[in-house]
Design a protein around this ligand. Structure first.
Ligand SMILES: Cc1cc2nc3c(=O)[nH]c(=O)nc-3n(C[C@H](O)[C@H](O)[C@H](O)COP(=O)(O)OP(=O)(O)OC[C@H]3O[C@@H](n4cnc5c(N)ncnc54)[C@H](O)[C@@H]3O)c2cc1C
Ligand SMILES: C[S@@+](CC[C@H](N)C(=O)[O-])C[C@H]1O[C@@H](n2cnc3c(N)ncnc32)[C@H](O)[C@@H]1O
Length: 658
């Protein structure tokens, strides 16, 4: 069953059939929101008092129609200084379908200016974490799809001071008793910044007692409209830290000087530079080639697609979060056409094992608009060419020209791009990193982010990272009249995209022990064989047996992978000092050391995006920006730990035990 909301519009207002309650007041939802959540959290004055560069964090239970979010954003826009930022976090168990959200928000013409960008980015959402960026980066929305009681314990605020204001919404406690639990109130206190406030429309005694028990000083004040009373309060006591947490995953304190060097001008580097620049950082992006996106990120077409596991492994969770984020980034950054196309992606079931896995995935309850099973007939209609198998249809996916995306991300007034600028080493001079090249000193900044794919290992501090290179080659052939009928990307063992600029791009080979980067005939022949297997009719349309591998164009590059196939994104520790600090793990992997992690000051890495950089790299910029700018992470703590660079060193230490 879908996890999306089922609405009853019979009264002209959205009501939930599941909960038998309305989303907002019949009298005036917007006025009630302003009274209950904005004024009673004193947001106008607190927004006005924000210092330059400061981020105010609001967290909400029940995103619903987004009315509270939009009203808070409008209030922020009216009162906060231009260089202050709003980080809004919300959780929603049953997200609205896009058409329902649009219908609900047309009720508030006053908010149209804010609703339009939300609607432009909002799509069918998978369970898990979704990051939205608005207003040139000034406002972020982190929307966790799932139960408040399971999602808030995962929320990662380790880099931030915590939640400044809580919007405790949700249907009435009498209609939704499962949500209004002590465990939720305790989470609110755990995640709160010192002096945090909360407001809720209800004055139910059990809620007030629960919030008091969690450590809030609770007061009853006048409610809105016919509601006589509501509850507000502030955190009176900061709860003691619960339990032991692995110190090697605790991020270092965010730096105070907002300047960064980003080394490597591919998808990872450009995404990092972009996420920092939109937060007001001054970034220097250094690339050794004469232009950006000349290595792995240089293919004419890449696919927004990857295999998912029905078990929702960390990799699948990351990919689901990244897929939506990349699509939103593309939609907000580039018009469709030569840069990218949301044409849909067919993952063909080329063997029984794949077909069984696909069937399992389709049964997990992910929305059909995200993925659904199709048979060979429907697949052929969707693709525009005859196919022998059905498979999974990813209706939101498509292809991207990665260099256009990289250049668009790097094009920001706060980013200075230096090409022909190879960095040979980094030196720490006082409070800064200095990049040194053949020409001598190239640039300096408080922070350095290594985004040079496998060549990140050329730097002393990251020489130990287990980065592996896997050569891949794509082939390019002219489109024919018949091949232009291809309307969707086809994936299986390899992939082929609809024509762009008069050619089709297909591939890609995998070679584990090659250091050579010239395109070769053997791998073109492999790509052709893969294409003939994937879509024989398309292969014929492109020339069939007459297609000559020696006549194909194409290019080769290295993918960069890690042993667990997850990217490596986060702060870099001093490896000798880390081994010394956590030596006891070698004797007892269950020991709980508490020494702070010996990080290299201001040094970060963003690499190992494997075969799916289009999906993971844009979001990786948000991971680093959250850590560096002191904000809420774009997804839960366990996933943040799963991409942390220290995971390999710590696993090595633990294996040495006994
Ligand atoms: C054949 C092939 C097909 C692929 N197909 C897809 C696909 O369909 N979908 C998908 O999502 N992904 C695909 N990928 C993967 C995707 O391209 C990568 O994950 C992504 O491009 C990685 O980006 P990156 O920035 O980490 O690395 P790169 O793009 O390799 O960028 C690293 C950059 O750092 C620079 N650099 C390194 N060291 C230094 C230094 N010391 N000083 C200055 N500059 C330095 C390099 O010159 C380079 O420009 C494919 C990859 C290959 C090879
Ligand atoms: C009254 S509506 C919220 C209105 C919303 N704040 C707005 O601005 O439109 C309550 C929302 O809480 C959601 N909800 C209810 N129980 C939940 C739970 N346990 N976890 C997360 N969301 C929940 C409902 O699906 C619904 O969207």
């Amino acid at each position: 069953m879908s996890h999306h909301a089922e609405l009853d519009w019979s009264e002209g207002l959205p009501a939930s059939t599941r909960f038998g309650d309305v989303y907002f007041s019949r009298a005036s939802g917007l006025a009630e929101t302003r009274h209950v959540f904005l004024d009673n959290n004193r947001l106008p004055e607190r927004f006005a008092a924000l210092a330059a560069g400061d981020t105010f964090t609001i967290a909400e239970t029940g995103f619903g129609t987004g009315l509270n979010f939009l009203a808070a954003w409008q209030c922020f826009a009216a009162h906060a200084a231009p260089d202050a930022r709003l980080a809004f976090v919300s959780v929603e168990k049953y997200p609205l379908a896009p058409a329902d959200l649009e219908r609900a928000l047309t009720l508030w013409p006053e908010l149209a200016e804010f609703a339009a960008p939300l609607l432009a980015q909002y799509d069918w959402l998978s369970p898990g974490w979704h990051r939205f960026v608005f207003d040139g980066g000034r406002v972020t929305l982190t929307l966790a799809v799932g139960d408040a009681l399971t999602m808030y314990p995962q929320l990662d605020l380790r880099s931030s001071r915590g939640v400044d204001a809580w919007f405790l919404d949700g249907f009435a406690p009498s209609k939704n008793p499962e949500m209004w639990q002590q465990a939720l109130f305790d989470e609110m206190a755990r995640l709160a910044a010192p002096g945090a406030s909360f407001a809720t429309f209800t004055s139910a005694g059990a809620v007030r007692r629960g919030l008091t028990a969690a450590g809030f000083a609770v007061r009853k004040v006048a409610g809105y409209g016919h509601k006589r009373e509501m509850s507000v309060g502030e955190l009176a006591e900061t709860p003691p830290l619960a339990g032991w947490q692995a110190p090697w995953y605790a991020p270092p304190a965010p730096p105070t000087v907002r300047t960064a060097l980003v080394i490597g001008g591919g998808l990872a580097g450009a995404s990092t530079a972009h996420s920092l620049a939109i937060r007001g950082w001054q970034v220097t992006l250094l690339e050794r080639h004469g232009a950006l996106a000349q290595e792995a990120s240089g293919n004419p077409q890449g696919v927004l697609y990857t295999k998912l596991s029905a078990h929702f492994t960390p990799l699948t969770q990351l990919v689901l979060a990244g897929y939506g984020y990349s699509l939103r980034t593309l939609a907000a950054t580039l018009p469709q056409g030569e840069a990218w196309q949301r044409c849909g992606v067919l993952q063909l079931a080329q063997d029984a094992d794949t077909a069984a896995k696909q069937a399992k995935l389709a049964e997990t309850g992910l929305p059909a608009e995200l993925l659904r099973m199709v048979d060979a007939t429907e697949a052929s209609t969707l693709a525009g060419v005859t196919l022998n198998e059905g498979g999974l249809w990813f209706g939101q996916g498509g292809w991207v020209n990665p260099p256009t995306l990289v250049n668009a991300l790097a094009s920001h007034p706060n980013i200075r791009v230096l090409t022909h600028t190879g960095v040979l080493k980094l030196e720490r001079h006082g409070e800064e990193w200095v990049a040194i090249g053949e020409q001598g000193e190239l640039a300096s900044a408080a922070v350095a982010v290594l985004a040079g794919a496998a060549d990140t290992r050329a730097f002393d501090a990251t020489a130990d990272l287990p980065l592996k290179r896997i050569r891949g080659q794509v082939s390019v052939t002219p489109a024919t009249e018949a091949s232009r009928e291809l309307k969707a990307v086809l994936c299986g063992e390899g992939y082929v995209s609809p024509a762009r600029d008069g050619t089709h791009c297909f591939g890609a080979s995998f070679k584990f022990d090659s250091d050579d980067l010239s395109a070769n005939v053997e791998e073109h022949a492999e790509n052709l064989a893969m294409l003939a297997e994937l879509a024989p009719a398309l292969h014929d349309a492109l020339g069939g047996e007459a297609l000559d591998a020696a006549a194909l164009a194409g290019r080769a590059a290295f993918r960069c992978t890690s042993p667990d196939y997850l990217p490596i994104v986060g702060p870099v520790a001093r490896s000798d000092a880390l081994a010394a600090a956590y030596r006891e793990l070698g004797n007892d992997a269950k020991s709980q050391p508490t020494a702070p992690c010996p990080y290299e000051p201001g040094l970060y890495v963003n690499a190992a995006h494997g075969s799916r950089g289009l999906i993971t790299a844009p979001l990786s910029g948000e991971i680093l920006a959250a850590q560096l700018n002191g904000e809420v992470a774009p997804f839960g703590a366990a996933l943040m730990d799963a991409v942390h660079p220290n995971r390999f060193a710590v696993r090595r230490l633990m294996r040495r035990q006994g």
